[in-house]
Design a protein around this ligand. Structure first.
Ligand code: SME
Length: 150
């Protein structure tokens, strides 16, 4: 049921993700609408981990277009190859960026964002979108986030 996600705050990050996964599956499992489900996934990740921004960009006519998100307003369109989102989509691989200032071409939608992870959503051999998570802390994301968000 929506609103009843429970996670132990003193568990390790991997344990938090491990416990969250079945809860997310049960939250979205009975619903076929993509936007509704992505909106709930963004809400859960923001609620549990307190990230600055969590959201999806969806591939539309060859461009990444802002989809469901939680956090401050964001850029609406990102070309493939541009910024972290566009690079992850182009390379079809997750990118962990410890310091966004050091990433060439990073798109600064929010000046508070210091580090981020972008995970491409791949269907068949196509990128259909990306999950983008931003943090106010430098080096916030690591291989654990990459494994569980991927
Ligand atoms: N940081 C992204 C842009 C999107 S926002 O952070 C929401 C990037 O460089 O691709």
């Amino acid at each position: 049921m929506a609103g009843s996600i429970s996670i132990l705050s003193d568990a390790t990050k991997a344990d938090q993700y491990r416990s969250l996964l079945p809860q997310i599956e049960s939250l979205i499992g009975g619903e076929l609408d993509l936007i509704a489900n992505l909106a709930n996934v963004a809400a859960v990740l923001k609620e549990v981990f307190g990230f600055l921004w969590v959201g999806f960009y969806l591939m539309k006519e060859g461009e990444l277009v802002l989809g469901p998100f939680q956090g401050p307003p964001a850029c609406t369109r990102i070309a493939v190859g541009r910024g972290v989102c566009g690079a992850a989509a182009e390379r079809m691989e997750a990118l962990v960026v410890p310091d966004v200032v050091a990433f060439p071409g990073h798109i600064a939608c929010n000046s508070l964002s210091r580090s981020e992870i972008v995970v491409p959503m791949i269907y068949g051999d196509h990128v259909v979108g990306v999950l983008d998570v931003d943090s106010e802390e430098l080096s916030h994301f690591d291989a654990v986030d990459s494994e569980w968000l991927g």
